[in-house]
Design a protein around this ligand. Structure first.
Ligand SMILES: Cc1cc2nc3c(=O)[nH]c(=O)nc-3n(C[C@H](O)[C@H](O)[C@H](O)COP(=O)(O)O)c2cc1C
Length: 340
């Protein structure tokens, strides 16, 4: 069935400018998810074999989720929940709406099964996301919500900015992700320094304790050194959070020459080894810290590899763009066969 997408739908979608194709998908999904008889049918067509896992007290029917950045405004997740995923990471949502970087800011690199994006955390803000979450309601799979800092907010004011965002969205997420790793914002390099991470993390933890704790992950960059990775793993152990490893790369390894100067974060196949190294770095420090492996899952084999390296869950984004809506099912079938 995946061939149907690759041979017919993908060539049509790829005729469109990438962000236009994304916007079209969002608009079609919004319509589609209004009709229960359609979403009910989709559920059975796209689902793969169950592969249940429990992570941080949450039960997942399978370990394959959608990575942050696809449903930034939490508006099409009922549709997405029918594509076989075990969970969805929505957002990244910031406190106030922001436009992100000027277009064009999203580029397909088909030769490398990759994408470069410099979206810059464009989103409609926390109040709008909460309104959508309230209207659409819960789904049968866990929903994670990624929260980030507004670009015009200084690092000093960041703790308050994250906390206010979390407060607005807290009733709606089953787990949360602190995004401290977007490479497409000013100060990107400083966001993942331990001092800054702790300044954001501590008030967030305090709030969550007071409200009834939900699982929290920190999404880390993939351009970390071994020492920096170990530092993040130690923070996660100390504070009882998980880690999502990782965000997009500054590296241009594995992409044709003409793309090497295009600004933005690289995702897809060239990211696989880079982000796998981060997973191994985390596991060298802790065998138990919960890890969501993200980056370069563009084939069923690459998903299983991340699980074998010690990720508890994996996420896909770019792989979904290149492989289509049957991708999760393909991964789950492969895991059922080869994952013993
Ligand atoms: C267009 C685009 C937008 C993204 N936006 C976000 C975002 O808002 N927040 C975030 O944490 N990661 C974001 N990401 C990063 C993905 O969540 C993921 O970490 C990265 O793409 C690596 O996974 P992949 O190789 O499967 O794409 C975005 C990625 C892409 C391609």
């Amino acid at each position: 069935m995946g061939d149907l997408y690759k041979n017919f739908l993908r060539p049509l979608l790829f005729l469109l400018e990438p962000e236009t194709a994304h916007d079209l998908t969002i608009n079609l999904a919004k319509v589609f998810q209004k009709f229960d008889f359609l979403t009910g049918r989709a559920g059975s067509v796209f689902s793969g074999p169950d592969a249940p896992v429990e992570v941080m007290g949450l039960k997942f029917r399978n370990p394959v989720g959608l990575a942050a950045g696809f449903d930034k405004n939490c508006e099409i997740y009922r549709f997405l929940s029918k594509l076989g995923f075990g969970f969805l990471e929505l957002g990244t949502v910031t406190l106030h709406a922001q436009a992100g970087n000027p277009r064009p800011r999203l580029f397909r690199i088909q030769e490398s099964s990759a994408i470069i994006n410099r979206m810059g955390l464009n989103n409609a803000g926390a109040a709008e996301a909460a309104k959508n979450l309230e209207r659409i309601g819960k789904t049968e799979i866990p929903l994670g919500i990624s929260i980030g800092k507004n670009t015009d907010c200084s690092l000093e004011k960041a703790p308050e900015n994250y906390l206010e965002t979390l407060k607005i969205l807290y009733p709606h997420g089953d787990y949360f992700v602190l995004n401290i790793s977007c490479p497409n914002v000013p100060d990107a390099g400083r966001l993942c320094r331990p001092g800054y991470v702790l300044s954001v993390l501590e008030p967030v933890m305090e709030f969550m304790e007071s409200m009834g704790r939900k699982p929290l992950f920190i999404k880390i960059p993939c351009d970390l050194t071994g020492r920096e990775t170990a530092g993040m793993a130690n923070i996660a152990v100390e504070y009882g959070t998980g880690l999502a490893a990782s965000n997009t790369a500054n590296s241009r390894e594995g992409v044709p020459e003409k793309w090497k100067t295009e600004k933005g974060g690289l995702s897809g196949a060239p990211l696989e080894e880079i982000s796998n190294k981060i997973i191994s770095g985390i596991r060298a420090v802790s065998k138990t810290v919960p890890v969501i492996g993200t980056g370069g899952v563009t084939s069923p084999e690459s998903a299983l590899k991340k699980l074998k390296l010690g990720a508890n869950l994996v996420e896909v984004y770019t792989g979904m763009i290149y492989n289509g809506p049957f991708f999760v099912k393909e991964i789950l079938k492969y895991i059922a066969l080869e994952g013993k």
